[in-house]
Ligand binder design. Structure first.
Ligand code: HEC
Length: 422
């Protein structure tokens, strides 16, 4: 009798392993192109975290695969694969789930590194669950505080093993990190970088980050590196999304600041390979014009060779009267422009309140794509107001009239199809 049970258990484990590997080979034959080799996301969303656009239960994922999202580029696979194959695909996707699962934070007002804080028993001044689990030190509205983030980290079977927790923070005291209720032995490798080694077996692990502000800024990078990479802080998640969501097109571009006719002073111009250009406004993050063809008329009218403003060349897709405006809580805001990066693609970084938003562009075949990535752990209310006549594809959200509402406030994308001017 006992033997029979063991045999049955063995058989079911083996069967599900077989389903997963069948699912894996299907995944690697079609889905990887859009969702990434490791399900990390590319033009399609990441499939390993808790941020599902269309639901993360087995039934909901089956539904997503069967019906597809034809308007977003994913065909309905219900007519391509049979139900057993789709079920194998879902088993494979579910077996790959990992990373932060749920998180709540507690704020303790007026605590300093010198004051003692009884993390177990002291009553917090504020306690909230986060929609998108991540650690962010910029949350509280008070100057001096203690902050704890408590959540769980899921380790998938294929990712179990030895890990190094790597971090960057501007203070060496006043914080501790616990995994499975045990304090990690943190060692600083320079003024602000630290590390701790640990072992993570398959399954759920309790995670806690305790922090008392030491009058420094709230920079925090926190990543688990081992068989997998698990970003834990908002800034780390933002960094990993920027690198994984970008289609690596070999392209060159230039970023210039020139006075241009019919565009606000201070506009920054990005020219992608003389195929397509746009102007972005450093004050409010709006895309004020997009035109195909050459970037600027660099005739005799640029600064220092005459005081007239340069003209845009090529075909205008839309101009200032119809710019793509970034709306926060329903209105256009002045943002703090932090600066831009030019690797691997043009990226403009803004601060709003305590959080960061970056707008990054790349050319993908016949589309100009903008990625909007925010570090906010709570949902701000971002929307985009789009030019009326233009043909847009909004990934990760829905469009009603000229308003695009992202489903996920921490990452959304729009693409503008264009035709090459020869
Ligand atoms: C041509 C690109 C493309 C291919 C190929 C593709 N997908 Fe997708 N997929 C997308 C896009 C884009 C979305 C996002 C839809 C949206 O924004 O609503 C998506 C969404 C999904 C979702 C829903 C995700 C969520 O967050 O709820 C699942 C599940 C999914 N795809 C699975 C698959 C599987 C499995 C395959 C292979 C059989 C596949 N996809 C192939 C582009 C693609």
């Amino acid at each position: 009798m006992k033997l029979y049970w063991i045999f049955l258990v063995f058989l079911t484990i083996n069967l599900s392993a077989k389903n997963i590997s069948e699912g894996e080979s299907l995944y690697k034959s079609v889905c990887f192109a859009c969702h990434g080799k490791n399900l990390e996301g590319a033009t399609g969303p990441k499939l390993t975290d808790v941020e599902w656009l269309h639901g993360g239960s087995k039934e909901q994922i089956i539904n997503s695969i069967e019906k597809g999202f034809p308007e977003k580029g994913m065909v309905a696979f219900g007519s391509v694969f049979n139900s057993e194959q789709i079920s194998d695909l879902v088993d494979f996707i579910l077996s790959r789930q990992h990373g932060l699962r749920s998180m709540e934070y507690k704020v303790y007002h007026n605590v300093t590194v010198e004051t003692k804080l009884d993390w177990q028993n002291q009553k917090p001044d504020k306690q909230l669950k986060l929609n998108f689990p991540r650690v962010n030190l910029n949350l509280p509205e008070v100057d001096q505080f203690g902050l704890s983030f408590k959540g769980t980290i899921l380790i998938a079977e294929h990712l179990a093993g030895d890990y190094t927790l790597k971090g960057l923070i501007r203070q060496q005291n006043g914080f501790e990190i616990l995994i499975d209720n045990k304090k990690l032995d943190i060692k600083f490798t320079d003024k602000s970088r630290f590390e701790a080694g640990l072992k993570l077996v398959e399954g759920y692990h309790d995670f806690e980050f305790r922090y008392i502000k030491d009058f420094k800024d709230g920079t925090l990078l926190l990543d688990l590196e081992g068989k997998g990479h698990i970003p834990i802080s908002g800034q780390s998640i933002q960094k990993s999304m920027t690198s994984s969501h970008i289609v690596k097109a070999n392209e060159s571009f230039t970023i210039t600041r020139k006075r241009i006719q019919a565009l606000p002073p201070g506009s920054i111009i990005v020219n992608h390979q003389d195929r397509l250009s746009y102007a972005i406004n450093p004050k409010d993050g709006s895309i004020d014009a997009v035109w195909s063809g050459k970037s600027l008329d660099i005739g005799p009218n640029i600064y220092a060779r005459g005081q007239q403003a340069a003209k845009t060349l090529g075909k205008q897709l839309f101009d200032l009267s119809e710019s793509i405006e970034l709306l926060i809580d329903g209105e256009q805001r002045q943002l703090k422009f932090v600066g831009y990066a030019n690797k691997p693609s043009p990226k403009f970084i803004y601060r709003y309140g305590a959080d960061e938003l970056s707008i990054e562009s790349f050319l993908d075949d016949q589309e100009l794509v903008f990625n909007y990535i925010s570090s906010s752990p709570i949902e701000p209310d971002f929307k985009l107001s789009l030019p009326n006549g233009l043909d847009f594809i909004g990934a990760f959200g829905k469009r009603e009239g000229h308003i695009f509402t992202p489903q996920n406030q921490s990452f959304f994308q729009i693409s503008i199809p264009f035709e090459e001017v020869k």
